[in-house]
Write a protein that binds this ligand. Structure first.
Ligand SMILES: Cc1ncc(COP(=O)(O)O)c(C=O)c1O
Length: 380
């Protein structure tokens, strides 16, 4: 049998490769983005309780309504905007699925989508599988800022969408109010959609306000905004998230969603509907993660890595030019095998493999894990 690949250029993701290598060599995994500590006991107990109460069958395809109501209440509290939980929110199996569904909803063959690189690895395949064309723009190294003049130059009659991600994976860069003004002026009087990946919405440091699209009604009217409960509640394996968009756009999003997964895991939704009311559970996250970032920065001072700035997410990038000139993939692979610490080479977030000789560390780990890892990195 011959199958014509829809994604001929896709290979095994770098996260799978590096995690496999980490397991094989018993390395500490600071590569893949997930916490190595337990999620909330209370939330786990709630899931068990609601299962026993019988919440084990399908919920509506848009998601469990009390959960959508809790999301709308939090959005109003955080961003001062009223979202209709009936028409503007859909619960999805994770942020990645929300992104894929939004792209599939909007894209026609040959449409162009502006993507900033380095970019989360699902974006480009998600565009290409829809027959559309990613138009790539590099974030300016080493701050990873957007050059809006370059964006203006790359916009054509075929530009269908601009994809944003703040706080940003893999760099920890965040968008500013100025960025949002630039974006508004660029899309004004156009039919360009925006996809805003805000899965790290609550992981932002140094009292910087998160520039959610939800703060900007003129932008929101053309946007799909994607979130992840996995990132907010330390349960990435739950694969649960949601998308917010205006009713007209959401109507089309739901047409794609209903024939794909239809609806998501019921007990988790019922438990979260209640747990979301606890504001402290998400408001405390940035403080906890900022402490981890700062602790990691402090520990890393005794190594030859030079850390770049990280204002959000749970990632921080580092230059290693004081250690080696190797390509980042070779370097990351070698230190996993020889020194027992796995990272992610940042070139794998570029379609063309642009190599600034930078690796990404994930610091959402127990202090002991960070100490043990840096204890090994010091020896390089
Ligand atoms: C930028 C970005 N978007 C989306 C996701 C996916 O979120 P989820 O696990 O909820 O699909 C991730 C996960 O690493 C991410 O880093």
């Amino acid at each position: 049998m011959h199958i014509q690949s829809k994604l001929p250029n896709s290979t095994t993701s770098i996260f799978t490769v590096m995690s496999g290598l980490a397991n094989q060599h018993n390395a500490i995994n600071l590569g893949q983005g997930f916490p190595d500590y337990q999620m909330s006991e209370e939330l786990m107990n709630k899931v068990y309780e609601v299962m026993q109460k019988g919440f084990n069958q399908y919920v509506p395809m848009q998601g469990y309504m009390p959960l959508r109501e809790s999301i709308a209440a939090n959005v109003e509290f955080l961003y001062n905007i009223k979202i209709n939980p009936d028409t503007d929110i859909t619960i999805t199996p994770g942020g990645t699925y929300a992104i894929y569904t939004a792209l599939t909803t909007v894209l026609q063959p040959k449409d162009e989508v502006i993507v900033f690189e380095p970019a989360y690895d699902s974006y480009i395949p998600n565009i290409e599988i829809n027959g559309a064309i990613p138009v790539l723009i590099d974030l300016k190294f080493p701050d990873y800022k957007i050059d809006w003049n370059e964006v203006r130059k790359k916009i054509t009659a075929k530009t269908k969408m601009i994809m944003l991600n703040s706080p940003h994976n893999p760099t920890g860069a965040v968008l500013s109010e100025e960025d949002m003004k630039e974006l508004s002026s660029i899309v004004k009087d156009t039919n360009i959609f925006i996809l805003s990946d805000e899965v790290y919405e609550h992981l932002i440091f140094d009292n910087i306000p998160h520039q959610s699209i939800l703060r900007y009604p003129d932008l929101l009217q053309r946007s799909f905004v994607c979130f992840s409960f996995g990132k907010t509640y330390n349960c990435t394996g739950w694969k649960l998230g949601y998308c917010i968009s205006p009713a007209e756009l959401m109507k089309e999003f739901r047409k794609v969603h209903q024939f794909n997964c239809f609806c998501c895991h019921t007990p988790s939704q019922v438990a979260l509907a209640d747990f979301l009311k606890n504001k402290d559970a998400y408001l405390s996250l940035s403080g906890i993660m900022q402490q981890k970032r700062d602790y990691f920065i402090e520990l890393m001072k005794s190594t030859k890595f030079d850390l770049l700035n990280s204002s959000g997410s749970y990632f921080i990038c580092a230059k290693y030019n004081r250690i080696s000139n190797e390509a980042d993939k070779d370097f990351a692979s070698r230190i996993t095998k020889e020194n027992g610490v796995a990272t992610i080479p940042v070139s794998s977030f570029y379609k063309a493999g642009t190599d600034n000789k930078v690796v990404r560390f994930c610091f959402s780990k127990k202090n002991e894990t960070l100490e043990e890892a840096v204890g090994r990195l010091v020896k390089i």
